[in-house]
Design a protein around this ligand. Structure first.
Ligand code: LMR
Length: 393
């Protein structure tokens, strides 16, 4: 039977990693997959995480099974950073560890489907895996425009999508540092989205994969806290890939916010059953390292400093690109200065993206998405000159 299978195209972003790795040019630039890079182009292990891992090596006395909910200490330690002072939301929130943010999104979509959600609204462009997960889980996808051509969020499009949705629909929203546009909703936008969700009685799924990489830990989740303060129920997917640099350790968390605390046992039992059938139990190591960091004042301070350095560096790259707006007319580089996180979309054609790769050794997603963390003082002039070259005339 296996010989009946049709070949699938490789994931475009993952294929890009391979292409970049095989390019022998010394001055090639990788603006593809979303990993943070230092000014030297490295993606080092956080010092706080290294220290936590060392403590785990020295003290961990068992690697026996934990259960489908994973490391609950890790899940609880993240709560104040996501939900704020009342980290339990009056006892209405329960969480579990997942294999990366992807596992959390998958669980959110599958649980929403179990609860009767038939269709999920998705602002596009979005992280390509969102649509793939929706399709794989078997819910219908309905799309609306996330951003406008001027590089700001299309608030009317999301409000229309909610207003025209069925009550059994859900909506998947990026909490901050939108992937791939970098365009986030304003505080006022979030308040309007929250009111619209309440009016429709719609279940939101909030995906937070870049917490702390935009404007600050509290600032980046202010919008979703506005939503959570108003809606009766919500699902939150969280990734520690970027903000703890744990990419390959697959560290994520999934939170369920119930209308009433008494609903939580039934909700979590469904999530546990789904997790058990999908991956049984999440990998422990990265979650244990995050828990170790967050339970230690010194390591937490070190992590906050490291995250702050990353945020400041990306802001500097964005400012540098925005300042080059005049050098490359037509790309609206100025808007990048107002956007957040790792990503931005440049309005380049397929031919221009191919020319950047072939002539200049600059790798970016076919959508025109760039990972701004792939740029630094040394290679930004080359990047700007290459953009001017491929857009000339
Ligand atoms: C990205 O969008 O580049 C990252 O989230 C990595 C991934 O898994 O796609």
């Amino acid at each position: 039977m296996l010989d009946q299978l049709e070949a699938q195209a490789p994931d475009a972003l993952l294929a890009l990693i391979k292409m970049h790795a095989e390019d022998p040019r010394q001055d090639k630039i990788d603006l593809g997959v979303g990993v943070y890079r230092t000014n030297d182009g490295a993606t080092p292990v956080f010092r706080s995480i290294k220290a936590a891992e060392q403590r785990l090596v020295d003290t961990q006395d068992s690697k026996s099974y934990l259960g489908p909910e994973g490391d609950t200490g890790f899940v609880d330690a993240l709560k104040p950073y996501i939900f704020g002072k009342d980290a339990t939301m009056g006892g209405r929130v329960e969480g579990m560890q997942t294999p990366g943010g992807t596992g959390a999104v998958r669980l959110a979509v599958a649980l929403a489907k179990s609860a009767g959600v038939k269709r999920i609204h998705l602002g596009v462009p979005s992280w390509p895996n969102h649509a793939q997960i929706l399709q794989d889980v078997g819910v219908e996808t309905s799309t609306f425009h996330h951003a406008k051509a001027d590089g700001t969020a299309d608030i009317d499009a999301v409000l229309d999508a909610i207003a025209n949705a069925a009550e059994t629909d859900s909506i998947l929203l990026h909490g901050c540092c939108h992937n791939p546009t970098g365009v986030d909703y304003s505080a006022e936008d979030w308040a309007r989205i929250a009111d619209a969700l309440v009016a429709k009685g719609m279940l939101p799924i909030l995906d937070i994969a870049y917490h702390g990489l935009g404007n600050g830990l509290d600032e980046d989740v202010a919008g979703i806290r506005t939503v959570l303060a108003k809606v009766p129920e919500a699902l939150v997917a969280y990734s520690c890939d970027k903000n703890f640099g744990l990419y390959r350790d697959r560290v994520g968390a999934f939170y369920m916010i119930a209308k009433d605390a008494s609903d939580l046992p039934a909700i979590t039992s469904n999530a546990n059953a789904l997790a058990r059938a999908n991956w049984s139990m999440p990998p422990d190591h990265g979650g244990a390292a995050v828990r170790t960091v967050l339970r230690d004042e010194g390591l937490t301070k070190q992590w906050l400093d490291e995250l702050g350095e990353m945020r400041a560096r990306m802001r500097r790259v964005r400012e540098r690109l925005a300042a080059a707006d005049n050098e490359v007319p037509g790309l609206n580089l100025a808007a990048l200065g107002e956007q957040n996180g790792l990503f931005a979309i440049l309005p380049l054609s397929r031919e221009q993206i191919t020319k950047l790769r072939e002539d200049h050794g600059i790798y970016m997603a076919g959508s025109g998405r760039i990972n701004v963390a792939g740029l630094h003082e040394g290679n930004t002039p080359k990047f700007i000159a290459a953009l001017a070259d491929v857009t000339a005339g």
